[in-house]
Ligand binder design. Structure first.
Ligand code: NAD
Ligand code: MN
Length: 497
């Protein structure tokens, strides 16, 4: 680490990019021969062409995964041996940290300095965490009494399809694959078309670590073709998804139309951040409120995009936020001095700007509000704050998935909680107060998967992550994630007591 801007640029020029699909242990073209371009949103340049897989390729990958599962080359390997291979993978990710970070930065515009300190080490850590866990999880024996031995074991499901978004390409692939693989499944991963490169390199590193052929397949392609084929496949046992709520609903339908595969959707969010006047460290609250919406260009499912501030401190708090927003201007993602990177693509940028433009007539724009370029190129949006947003305004209701904060004043704890809960989403929330009873009381009442008190976006391998309401269900991370990728099996043995 300690890379300079010039170091990253030099490295980016010489990086080798893998654009073929990874199926049954080999890089292959799409059967159709088709490709699509992988674009760098920071400068609009084509990085490489990528195999455009569709239903035929998904079929091949699923059958490779099925063969591997049935012959037991991974699924029946002792957990302690699976552990060694996944630990090796974690080590290889660490050895290639800069490369992995650069792949995500180039592909979707995040700051390389974040990718190399957060995303890539996170991926290694999560693989290591599940590797270490898997030979320490015990199953059950039912209390039947003599003459009967009833074993309750957790068994892998078979072929797990994983469909992931572009905002944390490597980490979302990892959250799904690390747990599903640790449990003994085969995986067919369809990364987002905007950012397939790190997942392809991950599959190659997994093979180098000793993961047997066919156990992890990465099949890039578009949602409506490759993604749908995976969702509808008759031989996929489980579909784990992170992405938008609309597509999460489609995966439930695909399941109903096909083989009733388990579906685990982790979907959108519009997370509220509640700042009470009795919070002692309002500077820290302002730092984290800004981080909560501007980190990763606001392209975070749990982004704290609704800020509810007690009216008595609202104006002074917004002043602090404006200072921080103005100090977080976008720059080249490869420049370690940049504070914010590029938006993933032109479509997403246009979508964000539609919210910003209509917000200019419904709320009070106090920071940002413009699309900009860096060195005359790319998709960038200024960190943007709207004050005095009305409850029910699209700015306060819809997931924008960009660096746009809606500030809403409140007069009472009850009103704050009611507004916070009045959302179709329930992924995460934050509460800032030094009154312990209030912190507990408010946390109790918030219908979300994670409440962060006096911080934002609390997250670790040790704690489950996922939503309530239309933010989806099922949990990533922690041992609970293994529940998604295993089934309970009863084996009842009669013996002569
Ligand atoms: P998206 O739903 O459009 O795409 C996600 C994935 O689904 C991609 O791989 C895409 O190719 C695939 N897909 C798209 N259309 C499909 C279809 N018709 N059939 C099958 N697959 C299809 O989401 P996005 O815009 O790429 O990502 C942003 C969304 O992801 C936001 O809504 C965000 O909140 C959500 N997200 C949620 C979490 C979480 O953990 N809850 C984490 C990150 C992102
Ligand atoms: Mn891209």
């Amino acid at each position: 680490m300690g890379y300079s801007y010039q170091d990253w640029k030099t490295r980016a020029e010489s990086i080798s990019l893998r654009g073929q699909a990874f199926v049954d242990g080999k890089f292959v073209d799409a059967i159709s021969g088709k490709t699509f371009d992988s674009i760098n949103p920071a400068n609009g340049e084509i990085l490489t062409s990528v195999a455009e897989c569709d239903a035929a390729d998904i079929d091949l990958a699923v059958s490779a995964g099925r063969r591997a599962f049935e012959d037991g080359r991974w699924s029946r390997m002792a957990p302690g041996d699976r552990k060694e291979i996944l630990l090796k993978l974690a080590a290889l990710i660490r050895e290639n940290l800069e490369e992995m970070a650069l792949l995500d930065s180039l592909d979707m515009g995040k700051l390389v300095s974040d990718a190399v300190t957060i995303d890539a080490p996170g991926s290694a850590h999560f693989f290591q965490w599940y590797a270490e866990a898997i030979d320490k999880v015990y199953d059950e024996v039912a209390p039947t009494g003599p003459g009967d031995l009833a074993l309750i074991s957790r068994v892998p499901l078979g072929v797990v399809g994983a469909v992931t978004p572009w905002n944390f390409p490597l980490d979302m692939a990892t959250w799904k694959a690390a747990a599903a693989l640790a449990a003994g499944n085969s995986v067919v991963l369809k990364p987002a078309e905007q950012s397939p490169l790190s997942a392809l390199r991950l599959a190659e590193l997994a093979a180098e670590a000793g993961l047997p052929d066919g156990v992890l397949n990465v099949v890039p392609g578009f949602g409506a073709t490759a993604g749908q084929a995976l969702g509808l496949h008759m031989d996929v046992d489980c579909l784990t998804f992170t992405g938008s709520t609309g597509i999460g609903k489609r995966f439930m339908q695909y399941s109903g139309q096909s083989n009733l595969k388990q579906v685990w959707p982790e979907t959108g969010g519009k997370s509220p951040n509640l700042v009470f006047a009795d919070c002692e460290d309002l500077e820290a609250a302002a730092d984290m409120a800004a981080f909560g919406i501007f980190f990763n260009q606001g392209e975070v499912c749990s982004a704290n995009s609704r800020l509810y501030v007690e009216r008595s401190i609202k104006d002074s708090f917004v002043e602090k936020l404006i200072e921080r927003a103005n100090a977080t201007q976008p720059g080249d993602p490869l420049d370690p001095k940049s504070k914010m990177g590029a938006i993933v693509d032109e479509k997403q940028t246009a979508g964000i700007m539609r919210f910003v433009e209509s917000g200019k007539s419904t709320a009070n724009l106090v920071a940002g509000g413009e699309q900009v370029t860096v060195n005359g190129k790319g998709c960038f949006v200024q960190p943007t704050i709207f004050d005095d947003v009305k409850h029910g305004d699209p700015l306060a209701r819809d997931e924008i998935f960009g660096p746009v904060l809606a500030v809403i004043p409140f007069d009472s704890e009850q009103e704050a909680v009611e507004m916070a809960n009045d959302s179709i989403y329930g992924l995460a929330a934050s509460v800032w107060t030094d009154n312990l009873s209030r912190a507990c009381r408010v946390s109790d009442k918030l219908h979300v998967g994670t409440v962060s008190v006096n911080t934002v976006d609390a997250l670790s391998a040790m704690t489950p992550f996922g939503g309530m309401k239309q933010s989806g269900f099922g949990r990533d991370l922690s041992l609970h994630s293994l529940e998604k990728y295993t089934a309970l099996k009863t084996t009842w043995i009669k013996y002569k007591p």
